[in-house]
Write a protein of this length. Structure first.
Length: 203
C-alpha cells in the first residue's frame, strides 16, 4: 500500500538531518510483519536483492534488466556519474554516533552503499547521471501497543540531476507504479515469508 509523504516526514527519522535537501518520491508499506529486532534481517534481504532471489518475480527481473541495459547504452551508470565523482557520498554528512555505529549490509552488485543501521532505521544511497537517491527502511510499530508487532515502511528519496534528471523521474513514474513497485513488493513479501533466518512468530 502506498502512503502519503507525511507517513515518512512526520516520524523522527535520522535521515531528516542528513538529507534535508532530498525530495520524498514514494512511501510504501511493505508486507514484512516481524518482531522488534528484525530490521537488520530485512536490510540484508534487500542488499542480497529480491530481484535475484530464487522465485523472485520475473516481471521485476525483466524491468530491472531493461533499466540496466538502457543505463549502459546511455551512459547513466558510469563510475564518473556516481558517488564520490558526480556527487559526494552522504557518509560525509553522518553525525558521529551514526558514523561510528553499524553501517548495514554491503550490496554485492555495488549499486547501493549502506549509510547507517539502527534498531528502527536503515538507509542506503546510490547515484548515477540522472539522480542521487536514498532507499530508506523504517521499522514501524504495527498493531496494539505492547504487541511487539512491526512492519517496514520503504521510502525513496531523490535529488534529480538538473532538468534531465527531473524529466527522467517523470518519464519513469508510470512504469514504477504500474510495474516495478507492485511486482517488487510481492517479491519482497514472498522472500520475507520464506526467509529461514527469521525467528519472530509475528504474522
Amino acid at each position: 500500500m502506498r502512503l502519503p509523504s507525511t507517513a515518512h516526514t512526520s516520524r523522527p527519522w535520522r535521515i531528516h538531518e542528513i538529507a534535508p535537501d532530498f525530495h520524498v518520491e514514494d512511501v510504501w508499506v511493505l508486507p514484512t510483519p516481524g518482531g522488534p529486532d528484525e530490521l537488520p534481517l530485512l536490510a540484508r534481504q534487500f542488499a542480497e536483492g529480491p530481484v535475484v532471489r530464487p522465485g523472485s518475480s520475473p516481471v521485476v527481473r525483466f524491468l530491472f534488466a531493461v533499466r540496466w541495459k538502457l543505463g549502459a547504452a546511455l551512459g547513466w551508470d558510469r563510475p564518473e556519474t556516481g558517488l564520490g565523482a558526480r556527487v559526494p557520498t552522504l557518509l560525509d554528512r553522518l553525525p558521529a554516533d551514526l558514523r561510528e555505529g553499524p553501517r548495514g549490509p554491503s550490496f554485492p552488485d555495488g549499486r547501493f552503499t549502506s549509510l547507517y543501521l539502527t534498531q528502527d532505521e536503515w538507509a542506503a544511497e546510490m547515484a548515477n547521471k540522472t539522480v542521487h537517491g536514498i532507499l530508506h527502511l523504517g521499522w514501524v510499530p504495527d498493531g496494539p501497543a505492547g504487541s511487539g508487532r512491526h512492519r517496514a515502511h520503504m521510502t525513496v528519496l531523490v535529488k534529480p540531476n538538473g532538468l534531465g534528471g527531473a524529466a527522467y523521474m517523470a518519464a519513469i513514474k508510470p512504469f514504477r507504479y504500474l510495474g516495478v513497485y507492485p511486482a517488487l513488493l510481492r517479491s519482497v513479501g514472498r522472500a520475507w515469508a520464506t526467509n529461514p533466518a527469521r525467528t519472530s512468530p509475528v504474522s
